[in-house]
Write a protein that binds this ligand. Sequence first.
Ligand code: HEC
Length: 139
Amino acid sequence: MLMIFQRPAFIALPLVFLACSDGGLPPEYRQLEVPESRLSSAEARRSGRELFLAHCALCHGEKADGVGRRRNLSSRPADFTDPFWRQRVGPRDLYQVIREGVKGTAMPGFKALSEAEIWDLVAYISSVAEEWSPRDRSD
Ligand code: HEC
């Protein structure tokens, strides 16, 4: 008896995921050019950290772990130190949330920040999960 194994699904699935990764964004954000080299620079992360402490830590926590001084928010902000959270979001998603906020929640939009400042914030937020990876934790 002749057995033929065909596995098109194994090849097709990863392609579908790639194609959908920015699918939920409004068109103007889907097209955004991501400044990759700036995002991975130490300078952008440092400047993003300063902006974060000034504008975001009150709700998102000084350690960016979602535990800020402001409590009883509409919903609990994500823990940016969580590698699983980090895997779910791309730089364009973060840019869009910071600029537009999340409607119907306590997360405000930061339209007064410049494009460069928002990308620096994205650089910092995206780097937190690397710096606080589980193996570095003492607990
Ligand atoms: C007044 C409180 C508050 C401030 C200030 C604030 N946030 Fe948020 N943020 C929230 C809340 C609450 C959420 C969760 C919204 C939801 O339920 O989707 C959120 C969500 C987010 C998200 C989406 C991931 C998540 O937590 O679900 C990002 C990214 C984010 N904030 C970044 C920032 C940055 C960067 C700043 C500063 C420029 C900032 N936030 C300032 C309250 C705040």
